[in-house]
Write a protein that binds this ligand. Sequence first.
Ligand code: HEM
Length: 275
Amino acid sequence: MRLLKITFVKEADVEILKKHVCNTLKLRRKCELDRKNLIQFLMECDKQKEMLTDEAILSQVAGLFLASFDTPANLLAVLAYELAINQDIQDKLIKEVDEILKKCTNELSKTILVYLQLELGIVLPFLITETLRLWPTTTFTDRVSVKPYMIQPKTENEKPLQVDVGTYFWLPIYALHRDPKYFPNPTKFDPERFADKNKEKIQPYTFIPFGIGPRGCIASRFALLETKVIIFHILSKFRIATVEETEMPFMLSKKSINAVSDSGPVLGLQMRKTQ
Ligand code: HEM
């Protein structure tokens, strides 16, 4: 990557983040400020283990920034797109939103959070899950082997594969999610796949939008709740629609390692009649 000068993030953006993090570190050290946030936490790790350089702190901040903003934003974007092109599904969801709203006496309040968290909404969770299947923002993840291991052949044509310590693996999330062996008719947006009656058909470890195991996403529940709350707020007032500029079918960027679009998707909002 260095040789070919390929970067994930624009140099100018790195500079902005670097400036903020370095200034904050300097100020905190100089004035011995104590704030309960990420930078403070990383500075305290620094004190205990004497191993976090300023560069390491910066890369942790940048990593969390990338992991936490882009992914839910993209999920919301593709979910909105799917709702715009599947108006029948949006109708069902709007009905559900209105029902929950009625129960909460028309107030977008804490009670709604509780309803959404308890997954009382039936349509919304399946919709989000299917969106994560068809459009997993993180297209792959990786692991490194810490123990030697022999992968046994599954078919006659395969040979055993010895995995040495230090071997890197790429786990192809996007490819698994679109493999017809695991998800028949994989390009079809079909939230019913995740309905209770079909759940059992999904093979373990084939649906991994948040990764898996002890190093899986730390914030999957937060991300799901955040998405539910935002879509709930939008649909309580608007209907999401395609407009002239909406690119159909949805095209993924060729410049990103994530499954994101370059230009949008561009969508429209139509004000709904107040309930
Ligand atoms: C829809 C939203 C999100 C998706 C699809 C997503 C997806 C992922 C994936 C696939 C991984 C790799 C897991 C693995 O290798 O097993 C990951 C890791 C991570 N995610 Fe998320 N993520 C989302 C939201 C967030 C948010 C909101 C935050 C923070 C507030 C966050 C923080 C992290 C962190 C810190 C890691 C690294 C965990 C580790 O290495 O131990 N993610 N995420």
